[in-house]
Write a protein that binds this ligand. Structure first.
Ligand code: BEZ
Length: 211
């Protein structure tokens, strides 16, 4: 069955370009981003891995580890990493899981047979420090992902985990947040000392609490 938000991220052992891992141990108490690639030596995937390697620091700043997966063997990954470094002018700095037996791809429901029965789709799982799934995304093989959007969602997830706020459409770090409906008006001065504005009783904004 497909994994849903709030489910525990399944654990697994795997070979990666940075050695063998037990996924949960590798995550430790950090956030995690697991993202799949349809196949090695493919053009869109090559650009994606290069792009992520250039912004790895942004994930580290958010206390998050990032790991890719492709259903090809480790020897293929090792050759492909050289191509990624060469063509994307980068140095790969995070692991790629080798999953030739499709164990992880199956565990995370990354193969959608009606789209393609051999390759994975482009899945993204954001996993919290509690090992629960906080976000899932599914893109087709033909569309490269926007990793700035994944960073943006992580900012929202980390903020809303700590404060009783939600983030509005197209929100970016630093912009006003929405006070969740469960907060009573009389609680607002204590919870949100920076102030608030009420557009409707159910639509109340406050400056980002942790900025
Ligand atoms: C790619 O990564 O370029 C790709 C992979 C599978 C299908 C289409 C594109």
């Amino acid at each position: 069955m497909a994994l849903r938000l709030g489910d525990e991220a399944p654990n697994f052992q795997a070979e990666t370009t940075e050695g063998s891992i037990d996924f949960h141990q590798w995550l430790g108490d950090q956030w995690g981003v697991l993202f799949s690639h349809p196949a090695d030596y493919t053009p869109v995937c090559t650009t994606e891995l290069g792009a992520v390697s250039k912004i790895k620091e942004e994930f580290s700043k958010r206390n998050a580890k990032i790991i890719a997966i492709s259903v090809d063997p480790l020897t293929d990954h090792q050759g492909w990493v050289k191509d990624i470094n060469e063509t994307q002018q980068t140095t790969m700095n995070f692991p790629i899981i080798a999953d030739p037996g499709r164990l992880v791809a199956t565990l995370y429901d990354m193969i959608h047979p009606n789209a393609d029965d051999k390759m994975t789709v482009r899945s993204v799982f954001v996993i919290g420090p509690d090992k629960k799934i906080k976000l899932t995304l599914t893109y087709p093989a033909s569309t490269g992902r926007n990793f700035q959007e994944i960073l943006r969602v992580m900012d929202s997830l980390q903020l809303t985990a700590k404060y009783q706020v939600a983030t509005p459409a197209n929100w970016q770090h630093g912009e006003d947040c929405i006070i969740v409906p469960a907060v009573l008006n009389e609680e607002i001065p204590r919870l949100f000392p920076k102030g608030h504005r009420e557009i409707k009783p159910y639509l109340r904004y406050t400056p980002q609490p942790n900025k």
